[in-house]
Design a protein around this ligand. Sequence first.
Ligand code: FES
Length: 138
Amino acid sequence: MNDFWNNHSDRYLEMAFRTGRCEILTNPDGYGKNTGECGDTIEMFLTVSNDRIEWVAFDTDGCVNTRACANTVAELVEKKTLEDAWKITTEDVVSYLETLPEESHHCAELAVGALYLALTNARINIRDSWKKLYQKNF
Ligand code: FES
């Protein structure tokens, strides 16, 4: 366990253990739920104002790497426009964290996939605002 602390960057440790975004938003502007082949799920919630992402929250049953990746996605897209948020890739998450183990790069894919689904949902909600009234209430 000692190695865990020594083998990770400060950024990784901050993203892995930050808890401020772990919440389920009721009535988000964008919602995405992604389940990986490992069986872990991330639900991502976006608050959007004037086409800009104001807040990202998430809930996951995944491992510490999954949490690090979800927090990183939030860190990278907050205050960005929806269009710019689409440019975030798995590689961006891996490179931001610096020490995400190679065998856990799929955790970054899971988080970015949840983001893409939430962005798609946000687009639909902006285009057809009436649909938001009928989506799942959390
Ligand atoms: Fe399943 Fe990280 S181990 S997403």
